[in-house]
Design a protein around this ligand. Structure first.
Ligand SMILES: Cc1cc2nc3c(=O)[nH]c(=O)nc-3n(C[C@H](O)[C@H](O)[C@H](O)COP(=O)(O)OP(=O)(O)OC[C@H]3O[C@@H](n4cnc5c(N)ncnc54)[C@H](O)[C@@H]3O)c2cc1C
Length: 362
């Protein structure tokens, strides 16, 4: 392979975890390349997660005037007819600005950016399939910062529009006439509240009886109260048995009790799984669990890396540590989206990046 295509460190994924890993490696004097299959850098955090969801929320709070109604009355609105375009316009603006911030940080630190989907050819070589070209490179260390994607249960006829997951919801053309949200984790609760604030009748379904089990029960109860005040119908302690379209083209969630919840649009937010499927994992001897997660040791190295000689390693960002490495590293417990990815650079030349949580929880 051409020497110019050899790097000290290759980072797959340019979300918060990949950014920190790549930039820290560059600051340590390494030749670094950061790869992402999305057209713009920033990862899901910038494209579909943290940034757009929070911007959508801000746009809704502003345009509905919901924060001012105590002064002006329940019918107060800044804009009387809000469209999805009104909301996404603001989101697109903020996302674009964030992409520039991330890109600039890479460039200032001499991190090369490659756009395309990366997969292993062997444990130290990657192929990157771009829109128009394919490129191969090798690296001493490969950092997997590939993040996660929403879990889609089999049997649910997703069409990315009427039956969508939390990644699709920002791309809806119109504000739904009514919405069923399946999954009352942080993502489900967040979008349920946002659409309810727009006046959309929302039903929130979850098999668990408590909202956000990881917070104090008083907070959870307060949230329930507030959601009901906002017109959200809570169906807690109920599991969805099947999903179908009725003769009028509406989405029907059939609960295990036989009850039917009918709405215009449905969004699934039942957790996320590691986005490792496209990596051609076998070529690097990586065996994921059933949620796409890769086991790592206390240095966040995959088994493949740990067994290699000569100092070449794979470092997994956002992986499961099977020796309790998370606790040793003083990180907050995994398993909850909404906890910011963070980065630790520790001894010698090992780079540790703790990124997306890829757990059963939102
Ligand atoms: C709706 C929503 C709201 C959220 N709100 C918050 C919040 O308020 N606060 C908070 O802290 N967190 C929030 N999160 C979680 C946060 O977005 C994630 O924790 C964060 O994005 C994880 O960062 P990451 O770098 O691990 O991965 P990501 O941001 O997912 O980035 C991974 C990148 O890797 C790329 N990639 C994957 N596979 C390949 C491949 N084979 N080749 C090339 N590129 C690849 C992906 O395209 C992606 O761009 C939210 C998430 C969602 C879904």
């Amino acid at each position: 392979m051409n020497e110019s295509e050899h790097f000290d460190v290759a980072v797959i994924g340019t979300g918060p975890a990949g950014q920190r890993a790549a930039i820290q490696a560059a600051k340590a004097g390494k030749r670094v390349i950061a790869i992402d299959r999305q057209r713009f850098v920033g990862g899901e955090a910038v494209q579909r997660g943290t940034i757009p969801s929070k911007t959508l929320r801000e746009a809704v709070v502003h345009l509905t005037g919901v924060g001012q109604r105590a002064f002006y009355g329940r019918s107060y609105r800044v804009l009387s007819h809000i469209t999805m375009a009104d909301l996404t316009q603001r989101t697109a603006h903020v996302v674009q600005a964030e992409v520039e911030v991330v890109r600039d940080a890479f460039l200032r630190n001499d991190v090369e950016i490659a756009i395309g989907s990366a997969h292993f050819i062997d444990p130290h070589r990657l192929a990157i399939n771009g829109e128009v070209s394919r490129r191969e490179l090798s690296a001493d260390r490969i950092i997997l910062a590939v993040g996660s994607k929403p879990v889609r249960p089999s049997g649910v006829p997703f069409d990315d529009r009427q039956i969508a997951d939390s990644d699709d919801i920002l791309a809806l053309g119109d504000i739904p006439k009514s919405l069923t949200v399946v999954g009352a984790g942080v993502v489900g609760c967040e979008y349920a509240s946002v659409f309810a604030a727009l006046g959309v009748p929302v039903t929130l379904i979850d098999g668990r009886t408590q909202l956000l089990e990881f917070v104090d029960s008083e907070i959870s109860e307060a949230l329930k109260f507030r959601m009901r005040e906002d017109g959200i119908t809570l169906r807690l302690g109920h599991n969805v048995a099947s999903v179908e379209l009725d003769s009028r083209g509406r989405v029907v969630a059939v609960l295990e009790t036989g009850a039917r919840v009918v709405s215009d649009t449905m969004m699934y937010a039942i957790g996320r799984q590691g986005a490792t499927a496209a990596l051609n994992r076998e070529a690097a001897d990586l065996a994921p669990d059933k949620r796409g997660r890769l086991a790592v040791n206390e240095h966040y190295q995959t088994e493949c890396g740990a067994h290699l000689r000569g100092g070449r390693r794979h470092l997994r960002s956002g992986a499961r540590s099977h020796r309790g490495g998370a606790r040793q590293a003083g990180r907050p417990p995994r398993g909850r989206a909404g906890i910011s990815p963070h980065f630790r650079a520790v001894a010698d030349r090992h780079l540790h990046a703790a990124g997306d949580l890829a757990s059963g929880e939102d």
